[in-house]
Design a protein around this ligand. Structure first.
Ligand code: PLP
Length: 376
């Protein structure tokens, strides 16, 4: 068997080749390269899929966060609470807009922030919080919304890793990740659960006013009248070709999530008896779409296991090796109200195994046997 990679984008493409190729060629021959009908069509499909009033397509998941924070009018110096255990993009835009990233810890089991953690970090200057639905499951939004409401905070859900995840409230109501707070953002980076063939992103909201502002900010701050610009905005569009590809792939998103869960279930069962590993803990009130299958490797053996698997031709990656507040870029920006002990521990212990939509039985068994043999 050749090298086993984290993802298999080629295999997935080949399975949908005819449909994708036709959509792309249709787009190229139509010449509607910017804001073509495919963008509108994908927008409508995603609104229906997520059951949300507005989807605002944009250029990537980082822009989605930036446009969101610009649209609600956060001012320099406003504090935004963000987990220190996430991809850099989440906190980067906060610093870029001269807002203050208040970096907090995460729950040791779900790797997500909680209402309790957020509440401890709130000051009179706190204006927003960014729950990141890390690795594919939704943070506990019901309690987070309560804290946010009490303290008048905007809630931006970073859903780059969790599109398709569903959260269940205590009264049984179900909502898609990204549609629960004021604004949700996502990324269509190729390796994300719903990935295009380049960069892409989108913003979700149920609020009509916010949607109007999001569309304006993403389009140079233009109002309804062409060439009239009400606010300073930026240029953030989803490419028509990418929208055409995404409209094809969205139909398969639930089957992608199911395929990922099948791999996760197999890993869970195979590693249940290995004392040195903690397999991912499933949150009680969220489905998991397994953007990553991230285990905790105990007893200081994480790097050793990663190297061992590497020598067997099996990729395994560390998401994320450094707490954001310890990144050189954030040294002068991050504010840390309390020590980030869980984040520090996770950065030493986490290891993600390959998980994707094209995993065959042989590959899966090779990975499982690889991990098991390390512990024999
Ligand atoms: C991928 C990712 C982003 C950024 O998305 P891009 O499309 O690459 O800009 C933001 N937040 C999280 C948690 C991500 O995983």
């Amino acid at each position: 068997m050749g090298q086993i990679q984290m993802v298999d984008l080629k295999g997935q493409y080949l399975r949908m080749k005819e449909e994708i190729d036709a959509a792309v060629i249709d787009c190229i021959s139509s010449t509607a390269y910017i804001n073509g009908p495919q963008v509108k069509s994908f927008q409508a499909s995603l609104e229906a899929y997520l059951d949300v009033n507005h989807v605002v397509p944009c250029a990537n998941g980082t822009d989605a966060l930036q446009v969101s924070m610009m649209a609600v009018g956060l001012k320099p110096g406003d504090e935004v609470i963000v987990p220190a255990f996430t991809y850099v993009a989440t906190a980067e835009v906060i610093a870029l807009l001269r807002l203050k990233p208040i970096m907090v810890d995460v729950d040791p089991d779900t790797y997500n922030i909680t209402a309790e953690i957020i509440e401890k970090a709130i000051t009179p200057n706190t204006k927003a919080v960014v729950p990141v639905h890390l690795f594919g499951q939704t943070a506990d939004m019901e309690s987070i919304l309560k804290v946010a409401e009490k303290h008048n905070l905007y809630v931006f859900e970073d859903t780059a890793q969790a599109i398709g995840s569903v959260y269940t409230f205590s009264d049984g109501t179900q909502k898609a990740a990204g549609t629960i707070g004021h604004i949700g953002t996502t990324s269509f980076f190729p390796s994300k659960n719903l990935g295009c063939y380049g960069d892409g992103g989108a913003i979700f909201t149920n609020d009509d006013d916010i949607a109007t502002k999001l569309r304006s900010v993403a389009n140079h701050g233009q109002s309804k009248i062409q060439y009239q610009h009400d606010v300073i905005g930026c240029n953030s569009r989803l490419d028509t070709v990418q929208a055409a590809i995404l409209d094809v792939k969205l139909k398969y998103l639930d089957s992608y999530s199911a395929a990922r869960n099948k791999v996760a279930d197999a890993y869970d069962a195979a590693f249940a008896d290995i004392e040195g590993l903690q397999t991912p803990v499933r949150a009680a009130n969220s489905t998991h779409v397994f953007h990553q299958y991230t285990m905790k490797v105990k007893d200081g053996k994480r790097d050793e296991l990663q190297k061992y698997l590497g020598e067997k031709g099996i990729a395994a990656r560390v998401y994320y090796p450094i707490p954001l507040d310890e990144q050189p870029a954030f040294k002068e920006h991050a504010i840390i109200p309390t020590p980030l002990l869980v984040t520090q521990q996770l950065c030493k212990e986490v290891l993600s195994l390959p998980i994707h939509t094209e995993m065959d039985e042989d590959t899966l068994n090779t990975i499982i046997e690889g991990v098991q043999s390390f512990y024999k």
